[in-house]
Design a protein around this ligand. Structure first.
Ligand code: CTP
Ligand code: MG
Length: 241
């Protein structure tokens, strides 16, 4: 049977670090809202069969209008409100999947420059290993320190990955993992554990050791104003539209 892969495209943040009016997912870059770039790549890719988008409460119709306006509605099955934290938005996206789905591809819409080759590599690895997380080896040396900033260790650079999205897991793993994480929120907080990505939910709740997959140094997250010139430069080097 054909494998069905749903992308959960996250666009329910508020982009506070952009320091601007409005939310960054709608920020126009070279004539199109930021979220449309990765939505187009996901739509064009043979790897992805269905898409759910999470948005801020009340943004559903606005998002649907934009999706139609940019001709990107082909695979979009649902637009749902996210939650207060990224992982709560992921949970809402996962719960909205009411169609057949083997793997979920959790993706930050702020990572506009996702490419189709990365999706193919993630697909291959996810089928073989059951999970696949996009990332790149660190170009910088990373040093682990104590609370005072004194060096404890310096891991080998080839083993240090900068983690990106998409992060790919079986829906049957990631949905229960998120439901468990939501239930044990207070306990996690008491232990000082902060959930920063999907792989961490899968590892903390189910002990899944996610498989890293080489993505691209262009797969940056548009986070602050300084990222915009870089974003424009990356776009000029690619044909997204
Ligand atoms: N996101 C989400 N729901 C949240 C928080 C974030 O869907 N409650 C999404 C954002 O829309 C973004 C992605 O997760 O595409 C990565 O988050 P980040 O870069 O931190 O974006 P924001 O949370 O919007 O920005 P900031 O942290 O600066 O407010
Ligand atoms: Mg954020």
């Amino acid at each position: 049977m054909e494998i069905r892969n749903t992308a959960v495209l996250l666009a329910a943040g508020r982009g506070k670090r952009m320091n601007m009016e409005g939310y960054k997912q709608y920020l126009e870059i070279q004539g199109a809202p930021l979220f449309t770039y990765s939505l187009r790549t996901l739509t064009k890719s043979s790897v992805i069969t269905d898409i759910v988008i999470t948005v801020n409460q009340g943004d559903e119709d606005h998002m649907l209008d934009l999706v139609r306006q940019y001709g990107l509605s082909e695979k979009v099955r649902a637009v749902v409100p996210g939650g207060a934290e990224r992982f709560l938005s992921v949970y809402e996206g996962l719960k909205a999947i009411s169609w057949p789905c083997d793997f979920v591809y959790i993706h930050d819409s702020a990572r506009a420059f996702l490419d189709g080759e990365t999706l193919l590599r993630l697909d291959r690895t996810a089928r073989e290993r059951g999970s696949a997380v996009a990332g790149v080896p660190s170009k910088d040396t990373v040093r682990i320190t104590d609370e005072e900033g004194r060096a404890i260790s310096t891991p080998a650079r080839k083993n240090v990955w900068i983690v990106q999205t998409p992060q790919v897991f079986r829906l049957e793993d990631l949905l229960p993992a998120h439901s468990m994480a939501v239930q044990s929120l207070e306990k996690l907080e008491a232990e000082g554990i902060q959930i920063t990505d999907d792989a961490m939910v899968a590892e903390t709740m189910l002990g899944i050791k996610a498989q890293m997959v080489m993505a691209s140094y262009n797969n940056i997250k548009v986070t602050t104003q300084e990222d915009l010139p870089l974003a424009e430069a990356i776009l000029k080097g690619q044909s997204f539209r």
